[in-house]
Design a protein around this ligand. Structure first.
Ligand SMILES: Cc1cc2nc3c(=O)[nH]c(=O)nc-3n(C[C@H](O)[C@H](O)[C@H](O)COP(=O)(O)O)c2cc1C
Length: 204
């Protein structure tokens, strides 16, 4: 442990991205094509997944018009392709606040990032072939937090999970030794470190 590790300091960080997996959220555009939005604000419990998504982007607009999506989870080897998407939005025209942040409009994000679209089984937006975990989902609720009007809390129900064969254990388990999410840690990309142990409830 570092010296002073327990001497806490009160700070005011601009962001609270404290290390969550990157999700490449695919949604259906008005012309039937698929948009990709990188997000990192999500959690899952059972088949319920909740995401925090800004109203200024294309994703919420698409989810309101067509309430289906795929949560594609990249592994750490894909971070450069994820970062190619970072300055792009599917929103045309680009909202001025996003323009000031360096965003530009891109219709074909698959081509822009070198990803391959593949059909989904139960929803219309396409999956991303290169992502080892893909969760097809349907929107259950979209609401605005009272204290924060700029983003939506989007609740979805997972309806189908696809996992690359090399991370599957037995019939229905993900092998945590083979799978690593890409972690967004205060705007830096990380993979997982070495395993520390496992929960008493682990079945693998
Ligand atoms: C790694 C990463 C994580 C991000 N996490 C979020 C997030 O959790 N919520 C959000 O609204 N935007 C997040 N963003 C910003 C969106 O990607 C950005 O708003 C973009 O405009 C979304 O694309 P779209 O406008 O085509 O939907 C993140 C960006 C990156 C690169």
């Amino acid at each position: 442990m570092k010296t002073n590790a327990l001497a806490h300091k009160s700070i005011q960080p601009k962001i609270l991205y404290y290390g969550t997996p990157v999700v490449l959220l695919t949604t259906k555009n008005e012309d039937g094509s698929t948009n990709i939005s990188p997000i990192s604000s999500s959690w899952a419990l059972g088949d319920c997944i909740v995401m925090g998504i800004g109203y200024g982007g294309k994703a919420v607009e698409n989810l309101r018009q067509h309430p289906e999506c795929v949560l594609n989870l990249p592994d750490p080897s894909l971070w450069k392709q994820v970062e190619l998407l970072a300055p792009l939005t599917g929103k045309d025209p680009v909202p001025s606040y996003k323009e000031q942040m360096g965003f530009r409009y891109e219709k074909d994000k698959f081509a822009a990032a070198g990803f391959t679209p593949m059909p989904s089984a139960t929803v219309e937006p396409k999956r991303i072939l290169e992502c080892p975990l893909q969760i097809e989902a349907k929107v259950v609720n979209i609401r605005t937090p009272e204290h924060s009007p700029d983003f939506a809390i989007v609740e979805v129900k997972a309806v189908k999970v696809h996992a690359s064969e090399d991370i599957v254990l037995g019939e229905n388990y993900i092998d945590p030794a083979s799978w690593s999410p890409l972690i967004y840690n205060f705007r830096h990309y990380f993979g997982l470190g070495a395993q520390m142990g496992k929960s008493y409830r682990s079945e693998t």
